[in-house]
Design a protein around this ligand. Structure first.
Ligand code: ZN
Length: 279
């Protein structure tokens, strides 16, 4: 069985840490490089519920998309919720490794997994990485919808294909509009509207869209917006990442067991349909 350092080296080859944004905090949060690894859990958020899931599974490694600590810290006391996660991990010999914006920019990356979950055909990155001569890496993806469907059908399709959350799918635009091309960005995507407009797509699938950027995007063009829960747009990456590690494990004869967390860690837990009309 491989040592943690060997598994981390394989993960770093998939998502090179130097490709993360400057502000990001990716890499190994805790773990002994010499410890053996037999079981790995992949998840979006390193929250206590997910850490407990790793303990229950007997995992030696938890790989998450979101960092536990994004800025410097002076305490891992178990009286803080992040410190409690660190204590639970270390007491149970579980390493934590983070692949965040380095996984966003990878090929395949977070948005490829989102496109795959929606059965979309990726034609290229939405914001190409200037350091990639092949032009395959970058943020977001531009995709084709085959066969095309109208916006109402496309939203139903997304609701069926993405894991269920309280939010479900929010939609902006004419429900009868035919959707042939889509830009997708797993996670918060309202900083990419300029690139989405430049791509000339019929719809944009992302998460966390705020009032003003969404409203302005609608004024500029008939661009349809499909907004899912942040967690739901990134969860397909956990499945993709587990499959990538399975393939590496088979190649090396490591015999790793990989798992994908089924815990819904989106912070929104309920949805009430409006019952009062202002008009
Ligand atoms: Zn995210």
């Amino acid at each position: 069985m491989p040592a943690l350092s060997e598994v981390i080296a394989a993960l770093d080859a998939l998502w090179p840490p130097e490709r993360a944004e400057q502000w990001d905090a990716v890499g190994t949060v805790c773990g002994d490089p010499d410890a053996p690894v037999t079981r790995v859990l992949f998840a979006v958020d390193p929250v206590q519920e997910v850490v407990e899931e790793a303990v229950e599974l007997g995992a030696n490694l938890l790989v998450t998309h979101h960092p536990l600590y994004l800025r410097g810290t002076t305490t891992v006391a178990a009286s803080t919720f992040k410190g409690r996660a660190v204590h639970t991990l270390i007491k149970n010999d579980i390493a934590l490794h983070v692949a965040h914006t380095n996984a966003d920019r990878a090929d395949p990356g977070v948005s490829d997994a989102l496109a795959g979950a929606l059965d979309l055909r990726v034609t290229g990155p939405l914001v190409p990485d200037p350091d990639d001569p092949a032009g395959r890496r970058g943020l977001g993806r531009v995709c084709e919808v085959d066969p095309p469907m109208n916006l109402a059908e496309f939203a139903e399709h997304a609701a069926k294909r993405l894991p269920a959350t309280a939010q479900g799918i929010r939609v902006a635009g004419d429900p009868t509009r035919t959707i042939r091309t889509v830009a997708v960005c797993g996670g918060s995507g309202d900083s990419l509207f300029d690139a989405v407009r430049a791509a000339g797509v019929d719809a944009y699938v992302t998460a966390d869209l705020r009032h003003h950027p969404a409203s302005e995007a609608q004024q500029h063009s008939p661009l349809a917006l499909v907004d899912a829960a942040h967690w739901a747009t990134e969860w397909p990456w956990a499945e993709q990442a587990a499959a990538q590690l399975d393939e590496i494990s088979d190649r090396h004869g490591w015999g790793l067991r990989t798992h994908v967390s089924k815990t819904v860690t989106d912070p929104w837990t309920a949805h009430a349909a409006s019952a009062f009309s202002a008009s």
